[in-house]
Design a protein around this ligand. Sequence first.
Ligand SMILES: Cc1cc2nc3c(=O)[nH]c(=O)nc-3n(C[C@H](O)[C@H](O)[C@H](O)COP(=O)(O)OP(=O)(O)OC[C@H]3O[C@@H](n4cnc5c(N)ncnc54)[C@H](O)[C@@H]3O)c2cc1C
Length: 432
Amino acid sequence: MFYDLIVVGAGSGGIGAALTAAKEGMNVLWIEKEALLGGTGVHAYVTSWQPAYSASRLAPTISQRLLENQGGHFIAQEKTSTGRPIFRHTDSASYSETLRRWIDPQKRLQPPVFAYLPHAFDAVITDLSKEVGHIQLWRNAVFLHAIVEKNRGKHFIQAIEIQTLRGKERIQARWFIDATADIALARSAGCLWTIGRESQEEYEEPSAPPRKEFRLNGWTLCFLIRPGQDQFTGEPGPGPESDWAHIGELPDGSYYVNLCFQLAGEVGQSMGKEQAREYLVGNIFKRWPRVREAYGLEGYGIYRFAPRIGVREGPRLVGCYVLTENDLLKGGFGRHHSDCIAFCDHAMDSHLPGEGCKELPNGPFGVPFRCLQPLHVENLLIASRGASFSSLAASACRLQRTMMELGEAAGYYVATGKISVIKRPPYQGWQI
Ligand SMILES: Cc1cc2nc3c(=O)[nH]c(=O)nc-3n(C[C@H](O)[C@H](O)[C@H](O)COP(=O)(O)OP(=O)(O)OC[C@H]3O[C@@H](n4cnc5c(N)ncnc54)[C@H](O)[C@@H]3O)c2cc1C
């Protein structure tokens, strides 16, 4: 089997990549190890798009479809009876408002958020992939490793081996896009990569530690609540204590709850996912009763934990350009680069104790196309949170819509050979 392009991973980056490349006429094989499409948003119940600047062409179309089938809605900040902020359904919001967070160096708005139901999100992406044509979508298909050819100092991925329900298969393509978040394909292909916090010496980032540190953005297990008793109860476990949470209403009347910081990423990694999950569930049992009381949600109970732990950071590519805190501080839509393909203005936020949120003083920053390009593998691009960002830059540049923008740029490039430099956000959306 031979394809124009294989996209590995169907999270935000993979969605942008596969749909855009197919729309431009490429014959795409899209593989995803899970049964549902949507990646971290869907499997870790991070079912909302944080307000931030974004030039994604696809996100307005996805949100419109979700609005039409009651799978998504806008939520705005309100105060609960106890005075705590909570996000609840609003009829008076539009997609473009969700982008307007940054006003000037001193002022941030709290615009509405777009929230969606996991299964509805999967259904909309499935429909879009059918409508656009040219896509073979294989769910429950796991990328195993890359077969790389070396020719006069240049490296090309010739094929990849994957595990499907039918067994192992080797598949060839002209181009590959790694949208696995943890850059499984890029690492297997021998690309240069890194993990953890870079030292100040490396990129002269003002907030970097003097020496390289193995610190990773925090892990969180999100969960859903709805009116009624807790369906899950258990012994309170260890971990941080706090009665604050980010809570938002979903279109079916349930709420997602994100306790934000629960476990340092590097500690989670050393525990392993199974033990870390036990720890996170114990931490929820410790904190939820206090959160419930603090937010006046006495009539609500836990009815579902996310199937997957929310992991914010992992291995990252060291590519043709590394986005750093200095780019974030310069802001200005990344005008100091000529190849910006995405914008974002989320604060730097490591979800680690003692680090807090650091707002960016000069507006949205830009992400250069070179952050998607590995140094030595010619037919591979990265479209996920594992793209070529420093750890500090990644803490701001990892939102779902930003990852979708990376995917769109990667898909467009492999299909047309052109870099989709963005000057102004095309709010009007993405048409099939
Ligand atoms: C707790 C938490 C809260 C967050 N809050 C928000 C928020 O409110 N708003 C927001 O916009 N962002 C938020 N983020 C960030 C955002 O959700 C992620 O950074 C983003 O979804 C990452 O997208 P991605 O495409 O890089 O990776 P993912 O969405 O993780 O997609 C990677 C995909 O690749 C697949 N995959 C991996 N390995 C393989 C393999 N070997 N073979 C086949 N498939 C594979 C995975 O199953 C997955 O579907 C949050 C993140 C976390 C963890």
